[in-house]
Design a protein around this ligand. Structure first.
Ligand code: UDP
Length: 456
C-alpha cells in the first residue's frame, strides 16, 4: 500500500529524526523530513547544540535539543572532525536517553512509527533500541562508499590498508572501480578511520532498515551488491533534494548569498565555472593562491565560494593581491551560495568541486560536468565514479599549479571533451528526473519506505 498526501494510516503517526550536525548530513536529513511530512507524518527532530538548526525556519516540526556539552570552535582538521563525531556520540548518549524516553512517554508508543538516525550516531541507535523504539538509519553517502566501509576489515586483511604511498595506483579487485587511493581515508589516523567506519556499519546492522541518498540508475550494480552484503531492507530514495527542493535554504548553516543568482542572470548560457569545496574541506594558503591565479588565467567567467575558514592553518582566507583587478567583470566571489539554484542556472557550464556526495548528486541532477579535487573521506571514491564510471568530469590530481588549473578549467568549460561530459551529464539529469517520478525507482522506494515504517 503506497500512501500519499496526508494519508498515514489511522492516527497521525510521528517520525523522529536525529541528524549528524554537519552541513552535508543535515541537508539530506531535512529533505527526508520534508518527504515524510508530505506523506502525513508529524516530524520531531532531535539535535545537538553544536550546529543547532533554527526552529523558526521549520515551524511545522518539533525540535528537541540534546545537550552535547561541547564548547569552543568547530573542528577544522579532518582528524578533529572524526574525534568530534565520536565525542558527540559519547556526550549525547545519556541526555538523548532522557529526552527520547520523555518524548515516548508523551506520544502514545503506537503513534511513533520509528526514529531515523544518521549512521554516524551509533550511540543514539543503541539508546533507541534499548528503549524499544524502532530504528532506521540514513546514510548520506553513496552505496559504493558504504560497500567500501563494509569491506574495510577485508581490505585491511588483504593488505590494501593502511594506504601505502607505493600502492596508490593499485586496483582494488574486491571493490572495482576503486584503486587504493580512492579508498575512504580520514587524515593520517588509520585507527580513527577504522573506528568510525566500524561504528557506521554497526549502526546500519543494528537498524531495521537503511535509507540511502542515491538512485537506482546511478548505482544499480552497487545497490545490488550492498543488498546482498547487508541482507536487510535498503531504500534508495535519492536524490533527496529533487523531492524536497525548498529545504536547501532552510537547513543551511551559513547565510546563502543570493546576489550571485542575479549576477548569473546576466551571463550567457553555459559560460560560467562554479567553484565550491563544500562546508569542511580546507586548503593551504599556497593552494588558494594557485587556484586563484589558475581561475584568473583560464579566462573563464567564474562564481567562487570562498567560505570563512577555507584556509586552514592561520584561519586567514585572503585572495591574492591583484586577483580582483585581474578578474574584474567576469568573476564573483561569495562566502556561501544557494548551491542547488546555482547549479540549476543555465549560465553554469561546469562545477569545480571537492566531490562531497551532496555536491556530486546535485551536479549530476542538473547535468553539470565536474572538475573534482577530492580532499578526504568518500570524496576520492566519488571522483573515481565521476571520471571513470559516469564519465561526467575528471579529477585534478597532484600538486596544484596555476598552469594545470587553467588547462583543466578550459578542458571542462570550453573544450570538446568537456562538451561530451556535459552531454553525458545531461543524460544523467534525465534519468534522475525519471527516477523521482511517482513510478520511478526512488518514487516507488519512498512508498515502500513509508509502508515499512508503518509496519515496523
Ligand atoms: N552548499 C551550499 N552552499 C555553498 C556550498 C555548499 O548550500 O556555497 C551545500 C551543498 O548544496 C551541499 C552541502 O552544502 O548540499 C555540502 O555537502 P557535500 O556533501 O557536498 O560536502 P561537505 O560539506 O559535507 O563536505
Amino acid at each position: 500500500m503506497a500512501l500519499g498526501g496526508n494519508a498515514v494510516a489511522g492516527r497521525r503517526r510521528h517520525v523522529l529524526l536525529f541528524p549528524l550536525a554537519y552541513q552535508g548530513h543535515i541537508n539530506p536529513m531535512f529533505r527526508l523530513a520534508g518527504i515524510l511530512h508530505g506523506r502525513g507524518f508529524a516530524v520531531t527532530v532531535f539535535h545537538t547544540h553544536f550546529n543547532a538548526p533554527d526552529p523558526s525556519r521549520h515551524p511545522e516540526y518539533r525540535f528537541v535539543p540534546v545537550p552535547d556539552g561541547m564548547s569552543g570552535p568547530a573542528p577544522v582538521a579532518i582528524e578533529d572532525v572524526v574525534s568530534h563525531i565520536l565525542a558527540l556520540n559519547t556526550a549525547c548518549e545519556a541526555p538523548f536517553r532522557d529526552r527520547l524516553a520523555a518524548v515516548m512517554e508523551e506520544y502514545s508508543r503506537d503513534d511513533v512509527a520509528c526514529i531515523v538516525v544518521d549512521t554516524h550516531l551509533l550511540s543514539m541507535v543503541k539508546v533507541a533500541t534499548k528503549l524499544s523504539v524502532r530504528t532506521l538509519v540514513l546514510r548520506t553517502g553513496s552505496a559504493a562508499c558504504l560497500s567500501c566501509f563494509v569491506a574495510y576489515p577485508l581490505l585491511i586483511k588483504r593488505g590494501y590498508l593502511p594506504v601505502q604511498e607505493s600502492e596508490l595506483e593499485t586496483e582494488v579487485s574486491e571493490l572495482p572501480p576503486y584503486r587504493v587511493r580512492d579508498l575512504m581515508q580520514l587524515g593520517r589516523r588509520h585507527d580513527l578511520t577504522c573506528k568510525l567506519l566500524e561504528r557506521v556499519v554497526g549502526a546500519v546492522k543494528a537498524s531495521s532498515g537503511l535509507i540511502l541518498n542515491t538512485f537506482d540508475a546511478l548505482e544499480r550494480r552497487e545497490l545490488v551488491k550492498l543488498r546482498r552484503d547487508l541482507a536487510m531492507p535498503v531504500f534508495d530514495i535519492g536524490p533527496l533534494h529533487l523531492f524536497s527542493p525548498a529545504a536547501a535554504a532552510e537547513s543551511s548553516l551559513l547565510r546563502q548569498d543570493r546576489s550571485c543568482l542575479k549576477w548569473l542572470d546576466a551571463r550567457p548560457a553555459a559560460s560560467v565555472l562554479y567553484v565550491s569545496f563544500g562546508s569542511l574541506a580546507c586548503m593551504s594558503a599556497r593552494d588558494l593562491v594557485e587556484t586563484a591565479w589558475g581561475i584568473a588565467g583560464s579566462g573563464v567567467p567564474f562564481l567562487w565560494v570562498v567560505r570563512p575558514g577555507l584556509v586552514a592553518a592561520d584561519g586567514l582566507t585572503r585572495l591574492p593581491d591583484g586577483f580582483e583587478e585581474a578578474t574584474r567583470g567576469r568573476g564573483m566571489v561569495v562566502e556561501w551560495a544557494p548551491q542547488e539554484e546555482v547549479l540549476r542556472h543555465a549560465a553554469v557550464a561546469g562545477f569545480w568541486t571537492h566531490g562531497g556526495w551532496n555536491s556530486t548528486t546535485e551536479s549530476v541532477c542538473e547535468g553539470v560536468p565536474m572538475l573534482c579535487r577530492p580532499h578526504f573521506g568518500d570524496q576520492m571514491g566519488n571522483a573515481r565514479y565521476v571520471e571513470h564510471v559516469w564519465r561526467v568530469g575528471f579529477e585534478v590530481a597532484g600538486a596544484l599549479e596555476r598552469g594545470g588549473v587553467e588547462a583543466a578549467i578550459r578542458r571542462l568549460v570550453t573544450g570538446s571533451e568537456g562538451a561530451q561530459m556535459r552531454a553525458r551529464a545531461g543524460e544523467l539529469k534525465k534519468v534522475a528526473k525519471e527516477c523521482t517520478g511517482e513510478a520511478g525507482s526512488s518514487g516507488l522506494a519512498i512508498g515502500k519506505l513509508v509502508d515499512h515504517m508503518l509496519a515496523l
